[in-house]
Write a protein of this length. Sequence first.
Length: 360
Amino acid sequence: MVSPVPKHHHHHAPAPVETPHGYASVTEEFVSPAKGFASGGAGSLVESTVVESVDAPATRPHPLDNPMTVNWGPAIWLVALHVLALGAPFYFSWSGLGLAVLFHWMAGSLGICLGFHRLLTHTGMDMPGWLRNVFATIGTLAGEGGPISWCSNHRKHHAFSDQVGDPHSPKDGPWWSHIYWLAFNTDGGDRAAYVKKWVPDLIKDKYLMFLEDYFLPIHIAFGALVTLAGYIVGSFYPVGGFYLATSWFLWAICLRHVALLHTTWFVNSASHMWGYRNYETRDESRNLWWVGLIAYGEGWHNNHHARPRLAQHGHKWWEFDMTYQFICMLRFFGLAKNVVDLKSVADKKQRFAEEDHQAA
């Protein structure tokens, strides 16, 4: 296990890859020493390097080669959403379409990309607890699971990216990485041990546990509120309350969920198969421009796998990262601090170099 890098003599120690808080303090099997992971909060990042390529085993067992049980809850949830979404074209309304686009951005960019991913999973910034809870709540409304299960699976993905043990690698099949893996348990039958291993920091948060435990009731309540609002608004227009309530439910809830789910899943599948690479990493991560656009910056996936803790996923001038732009706005207003980005890494490297020079 790699120890945190000391504050002086950084030129004598290899630079660690950024990791979520607590990664190096769990177990030896949590992260392979070859990965060079080191612990630390958002303000303790030193710098980042890519990880040397690791050859895949000669024979790669498929996840289904081991006993796995069907995760019926998520499986039924996903099938139901896709079936209901088919009815959206029959109840079209401009307001329903507008709400679908708005909720897609809020749940996708603010909830998943910023909240679940860059904040909770990788601790790429600090922010007030109330705002952290707001983004976690919005992320829960994305329909991709609660914050505990989502972050657990994602940290495991980084620990075994495209290697045996990765929950969703295209090496096990494109459709497996895109959707099939969600129909099976990833916790080995012991959820308590699984989350304790991968998110020991998050399970201490009572509000995050509430969002995890009440994922389905929260969605039912939100869907009911949107539908009721559609009925009330529609009652004042010729279209009628029933039509607009149905339109809002099918467009802003069902179809929006399906569109956002596939947007996220393209990061797991397409961005590990097609695109270009800025960094040599141990996995098959790629930067894929169209996923970068529709997934609010998540498609610059090779950049992310090379430097996981960076809240900034676009590393070239043309790699537009909408979520990072929102983070910069939060930082401008003092709501996000210790944002880990390319500039903060460069500044820390410069400061450490000056300290080493003065100590020499």
